[in-house]
Design a protein around this ligand. Structure first.
Ligand code: TYD
Length: 193
């Protein structure tokens, strides 16, 4: 089973992934961007300080996704392993510049992945006030909140769910402000053989 875990910064994906690693020791835990050597180079570009053209940036994320799908996801699935990925094409669509239309984004992602999409997406969601509190607690401070804006990130969160619907990928939305183990048990229930 190929599962993607999605959510904006601060929803606790890393915490949940740590629990999932213990619960599914045979699964491949992977991520976008940056799971392959090419992806690591792309990650340092796209998450660095550079201010790239929106199409150039999108194509870098897509190159990471193509390499990741071909070199990590497909072989693991062929070997009968679960694949649990921290982000996927769903982030690729939700975070893409808003002037890019869904049809183009879908076609490019289909090309990059050869049509190998997650079978299920779990989206952890948070309220605006919860988001601000968590980002502050992580000591990334006002700058980070102001740099993108809480309202913008709330829209990005909605776009994660919208992207799943547009692609007809089953999407499970879990409120991130619940108890850590409650969230973990809910996710664990969803992942089966
Ligand atoms: P992440 O690895 O969660 O970074 P962090 O170390 O900040 O937690 O995510 C990388 C960032 O890249 C995140 O803000 C989402 C964004 N992103 C895109 O813009 N497009 C994409 O295709 C992907 C996969 C991620």
């Amino acid at each position: 089973m190929y599962v993607a875990l999605e959510g904006i910064d601060g929803v606790g994906k890393s915490t949940q992934l740590a629990h999932l690693k213990a619960a599914f020791p045979d699964a491949l835990f992977t991520k976008e961007p940056g799971a392959t050597p090419l992806g690591a180079a792309i990650r340092s570009l796209v998450l660095g300080d550079g201010d790239y053209d929106k199409r150039a940036e999108l194509l870098l994320f897509l190159a990471d996704r193509a390499e990741h799908t071909a070199r990590c996801v497909a072989p693991a699935l062929e070997a009968g392993r679960h694949v649990i990925s921290d982000r996927s094409l769903i982030s690729g669509i939700a975070y893409a510049d808003r002037s890019l239309d869904m049809e183009t984004l879908y076609a490019l992602n289909r090309f990059a992945t050869g049509g190998l999409f997650p079978e299920m997406v779990i989206v952890l969601t948070i309220s605006a006030s919860g988001y601000e509190a968590r980002i502050r607690a992580r000591n990334e401070g006002e700058d980070r909140i102001e740099s993108r804006g809480t309202a913008y990130m709330m829209q990005t969160q909605e776009r994660l769910i919208d992207a799943c619907r547009a692609l007809h990928i089953p999407c499970h939305v879990i409120a991130a402000e619940q108890d850590e183990m409650t969230i973990f048990n809910a996710i664990k229930e969803l992942i089966h053989d």
